[in-house]
Design a protein around this ligand. Structure first.
Ligand code: SAH
Length: 453
């Protein structure tokens, strides 16, 4: 193969960027080499491991000139665990990289020239995850637990995770030490033997309430009463203990049978002034502190006076909808998962909102139907999954011409693509605000404000 570098070459290269997996990217005569552990602006010596037609992989041998943002990753399993990608970079460096990544994607993919503001980050970018899903296994007769290694189902054994809550850390350690005594033998994915598959810990940040879910293979917990007692002693703030049964041979964490074995079926949390009930299975943003920052930004961009009808497309359990409903005449939310719509309705009721309406279905079908029925939006908010908006939905927006669109995105690339379509259809992107929902990872959320011109 005619590539500028060959397997086993030793070279010194300059790293320019990071991939989505957090690997450094260097270019040799335009040929990209991916270097795990390398950071932008570093000069490094590498050993080429593998070359493909359009790119190759190299191993970091030594750092000739380090990035000013390089730090010792604080987590002992950082290089094994697939959870975080950027702990070897200062938080300031992470935010700077995310801002430039968003700016580049806007220019390159969308030809969007709107200002990209500095990323809104966290004061304390640790212990932010309010939900931990911890797999268990046995290794040489010892119980191990932690998180999966990158792109694999091998567990990086750990006693602490720096981005999860203290409560999850304590429960992880306690269950690990006592699993065998409690007849919770870890389940093995290959032999399909054993009982304990996952420990899931959720915490309401504002309320301090904790939910513990044990996912096991068999429906019977032989020491159920002891387990309940044990969890309550380890975690006095536990309000709900749930048992989920998953006896299928699958990667999916939860099975279909869910039983509350102690306490309530839900815990509560607040985002701003809005209260949410969270059950074992319901979707809820994992970083509530930054969720509030994100939604406040969406609300600011919506510029509501109280007279507007707002459509919230891809509304999930109605988190953004209820935030908007505080300032709008009316909010219509649409979401494809019926259970999430049930949660949205219940949460609207819990908070006493009477100006919300939720419907289950694909946004690209329900919204055109609403327009035909005379339900028109002054402001339209979209928060689609990573693949971005369905083209039919973008067409509806361009035809129906709501005066303002607020686009919340977890994938800057599909966002830039969709903004281009909206700009070609008569909108102008006014401002782009990235928000860091996932410190220590390469992910970046973005809120965008568009006006009809
Ligand atoms: N706005 C919510 C959820 C955003 S995640 C929040 O902030 O919590 C994106 C949501 O889009 C998911 O809940 C997913 O189920 C939903 N979804 C995916 N495809 C959809 C479609 N075609 N129509 C409507 N909703 C869809």
């Amino acid at each position: 193969m005619n590539t500028p570098v060959q397997k086993n070459d030793q070279l010194t290269v300059h790293i320019e960027d990071l991939t989505h997996d957090g690997a450094g990217v260097a270019k040799v005569e335009g040929y990209p080499l991916f270097i795990a552990g390398g950071l932008p602006n570093e000069t490094v010596e590498v050993h080429v491991l593998k070359t493909l037609k359009n790119y190759g992989f190299a191993k970091l041998k030594s750092i000739v000139e380090p990035s000013p943002f390089r730090v010792e990753a604080p987590c002992p399993v950082f290089y094994e665990c697939g959870g975080c990608q950027l702990q070897h970079m200062t938080y300031e460096g992470q935010l700077e990289w995310k801002e430039s990544m968003v700016r580049n994607v806007m220019k390159r993919i969308g030809k969007i020239d709107a200002p990209v503001l500095p990323v809104k980050g966290m004061d304390k970018p640790w212990e932010y995850r309010n939900k931990s899903q911890i797999p268990f296994d046995l290794e040489n007769g010892e119980v191990i637990a932690g998180f999966y290694q990158s792109k694999s189902h091998r567990i990086a054994d750990t006693n602490t995770c720096l981005i999860q809550t203290d409560e999850a850390d304590r429960l992880l350690r306690a269950v690990k030490e006592n699993a065998l005594k409690l007849d919770l033998i870890p389940y093995n994915e290959e032999t399909k033997k054993g009982q304990l598959r996952h420990l899931v810990v959720r915490k309401g940040r504002a309320t301090g309430e904790v939910m513990v879910v044990l996912v096991t293979k068999h429906a019977k917990l032989s020491k159920q009463e002891e387990i309940i007692q044990f969890i309550r002693e380890v975690e006095p703030n536990v309000k709900s203990i749930v048992h989920n049964v998953n006896n299928r041979n699958t990667n999916v964490i939860f099975g279909n049978e869910t039983n509350v074995i102690w306490g309530r079926a839900v815990i509560e949390d607040l985002i701003g002034d809005v209260r949410f009930e969270i059950s074992a299975r319901s979707f809820y943003q994992v970083n509530p502190e930054q969720t509030e920052v994100l939604y406040k930004q969406a609300l600011d961009y919506a510029q509501l006076t109280g007279d507007e009808t707002v459509i919230d497309a891809y509304c999930g359990i109605g988190t953004i909808s209820l935030f908007l409903a505080q300032k709008a005449k009316q909010v219509l939310g649409v979401e494809i998962v019926p259970q999430a719509i049930e949660d949205a309705k219940r949460n609207a009721e819990l908070n006493g909102f009477t100006n919300t309406y939720f419907e289950a279905g694909p946004a690209e079908e329900v919204i055109p139907k609403w327009y035909k029925e005379g339900k028109k939006a002054d402001v339209l908010v979209v928060d689609p999954p990573r693949k971005g908006c369905d083209e039919a939905l973008l067409t509806t927006i361009i035809e129906q011409r709501p005066k303002r669109v607020v686009y919340v995105s977890c994938n800057p690339a599909t966002l830039a693509r969709d903004l281009r379509i909206l700009e070609d259809g008569g909108y102008k992107t006014k401002e782009v605000q990235p928000v860091d929902m996932f410190p220590q990872s390469t992910h970046c959320e973005v809120v965008t404000w568009l006006e009809l011109v």
